[in-house]
Design a protein around this ligand. Structure first.
Ligand SMILES: O=C(O)CCC(=O)C(=O)O
Ligand SMILES: [Fe+2]
Length: 288
């Protein structure tokens, strides 16, 4: 099985990862060492990502999932067509658990182009103002560039904030600002949870305003040429990015139960670029 390669990250190896990251080693160096020691690359990446992001181990999902989770309903409209204020959005596919929906006609081509242009200007500017801050070790794991837009920052952003809130069944005030992300060739986002892991020290700061994240809407600004799928490893689902479409998913119930099956990531881009804009919703109003 697995050609004799390690499939289990033993406690000794977990300790070694924590100490190496705390000691300032780059995730890419750890990955190389683990690969040299016979670890499967995917397993090594996940173990390193857990330590870097402070997330739960995907191999122990039961830590965060409540058996009652499956009893609750979705915030997404049960209709085939969702009237999202200024646009009719069509549901193409639904998954019951984790709650996932593929949505069509969320953004038009002009909006996709305008968002890419706005984000490009911001990415270029921030690269000049803040070259290599030294704090971006996580970029080895999440190899994308991002531009954050405050809620209602301009007319286009506001229009999309309002539309996303209508789709997600929560008021606009629950939303974080939109985040546009660009991945080049090789860019990826290893599987992770969007919710803030409970009992983790690092989560406290995030939970203070707005509480837990409850749902995500990833909107696709271009078509994927090769690679770049959004993947849900626990249910073997691969969504292939299509301009104007969106992927909606939920992972927290009103009573605070979290769904470990919502583990997801962005597969490496093999050709071209991948552009997305993400809206994360909180359980309560979010101050920003
Ligand atoms: O790039 C992707 O497909 C996934 C992005 C993602 O996980 C997120 O924005 O939270
Ligand atoms: Fe995510």
């Amino acid at each position: 099985m697995n050609n004799g390669r390690h499939v289990d990250v033993t406690p000794d190896w977990q300790r070694w990862i924590v100490e190496a990251i705390d000691g300032g080693s780059a995730p890419a160096e750890l990955l190389a060492t683990m690969r040299d020691n016979g670890f499967d690359e995917g397993i090594a990446r996940r173990a390193i990502a857990d330590v870097v992001f402070g997330g739960p181990s995907p191999d122990r999902p039961e830590e965060y999932v409540s058996p009652r989770y499956r009893e609750r309903g979705s915030r997404l409209s049960p209709q085939h067509v969702i009237h999202a204020v200024d646009r009719d959005v069509r549901v193409l596919l639904r998954v019951a658990r984790p709650v996932i929906a593929v949505l069509d006609n969320v953004l038009d081509a002009g909006e996709c182009a305008a968002l890419c242009a706005m984000a490009s200007a911001r990415l270029a500017r921030s690269a000049v103002v803040a070259p290599e801050s030294g704090t971006n070790t996580v970029m080895d794991i999440r190899t994308s560039e991002g531009a954050y837009f405050h809620r209602a920052e301009n007319e286009l952003i506001h229009r999309i904030d309002v539309r996303a809130a209508a789709i997600m069944g929560l008021s606009e005030e629950h939303g974080e600002g939109l985040q546009v992300m660009r991945y080049g060739v090789g860019g990826e986002y290893v599987p992770h949870y969007d919710f803030f892991p409970p009992n983790e020290k690092g989560s406290e700061r995030h939970l203070q305003s707005g509480g837990q994240r409850v749902s995500t809407l990833i909107m696709y600004l271009n078509d994927a040429d090769d690679g770049g799928e959004t993947i849900f490893p626990h249910i073997d689902l691969h969504y292939i990015p299509k301009k104007g479409q969106a992927l909606y998913f939920e992972y927290a119930s009103a009573s605070g139960e979290l769904d470990s099956l919502s583990l997801h990531g962005g597969a490496p881009v093999r050709r071209g670029e991948k552009w997305i804009v993400t809206k994360w919703m909180r359980e309560r109003a979010f101050a920003g």
